[in-house]
Design a protein around this ligand. Sequence first.
Ligand code: PNS
Length: 162
Amino acid sequence: MRDNVIAICPGSFDPVTYGHLDIITRASKMFHKVIVVVAGNSSKNCSFTPEERVEMIKKCIGNLPNVSVDHYGGLLAEYAAKKGATAIIKGLRAMSDFEYEFQMALTNKKLNPNVETLFLTTSAENMYLSSSMVKQIALMGGDISSFVPEVIKQDIINRIKK
Ligand code: PNS
């Protein structure tokens, strides 16, 4: 790998989970600089505003020195070009993620040939973890402690129960 590679970790992060945080932490060990970007997904109805999601991620990542957090309402390929990023990092869980992720990777490559999408295998304990599952558990009064950090737990419960 070249020196000084800037990578972006995109997602809806509605809300960020231990699964996302694992990918972000691992990416921070591989790349010079990592930008976590809260991006728009038109097929999702989000519970938190992009600004709220950025704040929640910041609370959770603590002091990873080479990681910053941002949000963007446009195309990811365009954002990568603006930031000089040449890698998009995504976590891959079960096979069910594959087709959708493959389609996005190919589209982003078409829109920005300078960017490569790299997949990190999700850690076994996060295999079936998703933001929507966390919201569903919170809605039903279940314990979400093993899925999200304590610092954002109450924010999620308060919003979902509203
Ligand atoms: O966490 P998600 O919902 O799986 O993340 C999907 C996301 C936000 C990364 C994707 O929808 C995205 O890149 N949105 C930005 C708009 C864009 O570039 N769309 C075309 C993607 S091929």
